[in-house]
Design a protein around this ligand. Structure first.
Ligand SMILES: *[C@@H]1O[C@H](CO)[C@@H](O)[C@H](O)[C@H]1NC(C)=O
Length: 461
């Protein structure tokens, strides 16, 4: 008869459990205390006894079931010829033979064991975690949860299925919550006194996000703490969290320059103002032309309520005193204020004088613009007359002037004195207003007077 190959013993699965997957299918023979392996003599010829109930060892399958049928009937589970179908409980997988038979050599025809079914270890997910009811064993349910600020997307849980695979698919944790960003309030700032700018500062906004700790905030527009010129500014802030959710906010800064009405220069005078002329805090100084005197305050300030302090002063023609006894006293009044054109003629009927008189009458405004006062000395003693416009001079003053300035009374002549009383030019022929103007402008006027003259020239038209 054919030699029976070494038969595998049906082993208990407990040992395999602790050894894990690497021993799967190794088919190693394993003795144990319950079922001792009996090495029988190869020449042993069994006496086949179909009635003996313990022909083979008692078959055991942990976490499994067997259904046996014996030629002798249901109770003879180890008798010769008995065939057992092996299966495992739920959650266990059968390794080995699914059916064995008790053979004539008193051994079972194969072995099997039940190994617990496991699913693979679930990997960790970003921004979240999971917890399982029964580790990675069959029927274990693993519930996923996301960290604060993240929402779960996909399957909320996975179950380890009997086949050893997980149900569903791995979920993800996503951040859909935009960060929160709060801007400061919009503001109006008035330019500082005497300036056209204002320094504007604000508290930089801070952002909060459910998922991210520190966030970088981007600004679009001017920075806090700068000097702003007049106008409206929009400052925007923007922030992204790591999931690129965005938050924005904006506010406005309005810099206002408060202004008073523009002041007009006084008649026969001028204004010089600080800063921009009529902005809050600007100071304007009133000055009068030479020969004019200011009545009232010299400076006015543009106030916060957009009005000027005080009242506008006026420039009044200087009062000339003619009831004086000496030429010196008369001249002193004009010192540093007015130029003098002294016209002297032997008589009012002198042809040169008459001609000059006509020309001077037309030149009155022009001479005034050039700060020239005309003094007329007419006739010879004892009928001489001296006058400044309609004001008459004392005889002694007339004589004094003629002597001091060496003005002859024998023929028509004119002397031009500058504002310091210095004799600058003499004329012995009638002279046109243009000739007089040209001389004065070229030799006597200061630069400032020239400029003012250009501005006011049309006043005489
Ligand atoms: C502006 O303020 C001044 C003094 O503070 C006051 O005298 C003046 O009346 C005010 N003007 C206006 C237009 O309110």
């Amino acid at each position: 008869m054919k030699k029976v190959p070494a038969l595998l013993l049906l082993e208990l699965c407990t040992v395999y459990h602790s050894l894990g997957l690497s021993h799967e299918g190794s088919g190693a023979m394993y003795p144990n205390s319950n079922n001792e392996v009996v090495h029988e003599e190869t020449h042993y010829t069994p006496e086949l006894d179909y009635k003996y109930p313990h022909w083979c060892r008692t078959l055991k399958l942990h976490n499994g079931h067997m259904t046996c049928s014996s030629p002798r009937g249901g109770n003879y589970r180890n008798s010769l010829g008995t065939r057992c179908a092996l299966s495992c409980e739920r959650g266990y997988k059968l390794l080995g033979r699914s059916s064995v038979q008790c053979m004539s050599n008193r051994r079972w025809s194969g072995s099997a064991h039940c190994r617990v079914v496991r699913c693979h270890v679930l990997s960790h997910i970003q921004h979240g975690t999971y917890s399982c009811s029964r580790s990675f064993l069959v029927h274990s349910r693993c519930d996923y949860s996301c960290f604060q600020g993240y929402q779960i997307e996909g399957d909320r849980y996975r179950v380890c299925q009997e086949g050893g695979s997980w149900s569903g698919a791995e979920p993800t944790c996503a951040d859909h919550d935009p960060p929160k960003l709060k801007c400061p309030l919009s503001r109006v700032k008035v330019a500082e006194p005497g300036k056209l700018t204002a320094t504007v500062s604000w508290e930089r906004p801070t952002a909060t996000d459910t998922a991210d700790g520190s966030l970088q905030i981007l600004r679009n527009g001017p920075e806090s703490g700068l000097e702003f010129s007049e106008g409206q500014y929009v400052i925007r802030y923007k922030v992204y969290d790591q999931a690129r959710n965005m938050a924005t906010c904006k506010f406005t800064v309005h810099v206002e320059v408060r202004r008073c009405p523009v002041l007009k220069a006084p008649l026969h005078g001028y204004l010089s103002c600080s800063s921009d002329g009529n902005n809050y805090g600007a100071v304007c100084e009133y000055q009068c032309d030479a020969g004019y005197e200011r009545s009232g305050t010299s400076t006015r300030v543009c106030m916060f309520n957009r009005s000027w302090s005080d009242q506008a002063p006026e420039c009044m023609l200087m009062q000339i005193k003619t009831d004086l006894r000496s030429a010196g006293a008369l001249l002193d009044q004009f010192y540093e204020k007015r130029r003098l054109l002294i016209v002297s003629t032997p008589s009012a009927t002198d042809q040169y004088y008459k001609l000059q008189n006509i020309m001077l009458q037309r030149a009155g405004c022009g001479l005034d613009l050039r700060h020239v006062t005309v003094i007329e000395l007419i006739g010879m003693p004892p009928q001489e007359v001296g006058r400044i416009k309609e004001q008459f001079l004392d005889t002694e003053v007339i004589e004094g002037l003629r002597q001091a300035l060496q003005i002859t009374q024998s023929y028509f002549n004119m002397v031009l004195l500058d504002e310091l009383g210095i004799d600058r030019e003499r004329f012995i022929n009638p002279t046109t207003s243009d000739e007089l103007y040209n001389f004065i402008e070229e030799y006597l006027l200061t630069e400032e007077e020239q400029e003012r003259l250009q501005l006011n020239k049309n006043l005489c038209d």
